[in-house]
Design a protein around this ligand. Structure first.
Ligand code: GRF
Length: 194
C-alpha cells in the first residue's frame, strides 16, 4: 500500500499488449479523490503497444520486456513488481499466457478482463464465435487468474445483448464500453475485502 496524504492506496500494476483503453479507464478511476488504488506500474510485452503513451502522459513507471519467451519476460518483471511493492496485477489486453510458477508466486493477486460471459467463449476471437453460434447475449467478465486459461473465479460480469445486425466489430465495440465500467468496479470490489 502507498500512503498518499494520509490515505493508504493499493498499488496496482497493469499488464498490456495493445491499445490500453481499459488501462486508461483504470487510471481515470485511480485519479479520483476517493480512489483506494493507485496505478504504480505499466508492464508491456509489446514495445509498440499504443497504451504505453499513458505512462508518459500520467507519469507512471513503465517496464517493457519484448520476448516471446514468457520465462524471460517474467524474470525481468518480478524484481520491479517486488521493488514497487505491487499489491495486485491487472491484466488488460495482455496477450501472453503467464507461467504456472508466476501465477503461484502471485496467488490471488492477478485479475483479468475477458470479453465474453465466462465460462463461455474462453480464449481468442470471442465475438466472432459468439455471432457464429447465434447467441442472444454476450458480455464481459473480470476474473482471478489461475493456471487454466480464462477459468479463475469470477469477480463480476456484465451481460450485453447481441443486436440483429451485429458483427464482431460492432459487438466488440459495445462490449468494450461495458468493460470500461466493469473493470474499475471489480477492482474496487476485491480491494475493499483485501
Ligand atoms: C479487451 O477487450 C479485453 O477484454 C481483452 O483485450 C481487450 C483489450 O482492450 N482481454 P484494451 O487494450 O484495453 O483497449
Amino acid at each position: 500500500m502507498k500512503k498518499l496524504i494520509g490515505i493508504k492506496k493499493f498499488k496496482i500494476a497493469i499488464f498490456i499488449s495493445g491499445n490500453g483503453s481499459n488501462l486508461k479507464k483504470l487510471i481515470d478511476h485511480s485519479l479520483k479523490r476517493n480512489s483506494i488504488f493507485h496505478i504504480n506500474l505499466i508492464v508491456s510485452n509489446n514495445p509498440k503497444a499504443k497504451g504505453l503513451i499513458f505512462a508518459k502522459k500520467f507519469n507512471i513507471k513503465k517496464k517493457v520486456v519484448y520476448s516471446s519467451n514468457i520465462n524471460i519476460f517474467e524474470k525481468k518483471i518480478i524484481s520491479i513488481l517486488n521493488k514497487e511493492k505491487i499489491d495486485l496485477i491487472c491484466l488488460a489486453g495482455f496477450m501472453a499466457i503467464l507461467s504456472n510458477n508466476f501465477i503461484k508466486k502471485f496467488k490471488g493477486k492477478i485479475i483479468n478482463i475477458h470479453p465474453s460471459l465466462l465460462p463461455k467463449y474462453k480464449g481468442l476471437n470471442t465475438h466472432q464465435r459468439v455471432i457464429d453460434n447465434k447467441e442472444k447475449y454476450s458480455g464481459c467478465t473480470v476474473h482471478y487468474v489461475n493456471s487454466k486459461l480464462d477459468s479463475g473465479k469470477i469477480i463480476l460480469q456484465k451481460k450485453v445483448r447481441i443486436l440483429k445486425n451485429d458483427n464482431k466489430k460492432s459487438l466488440g465495440k459495445r462490449i468494450l464500453k461495458h468493460e470500461h465500467i466493469l473493470y474499475p468496479k471489480a477492482l474496487n470490489k476485491i480491494l475493499s475485502n483485501f
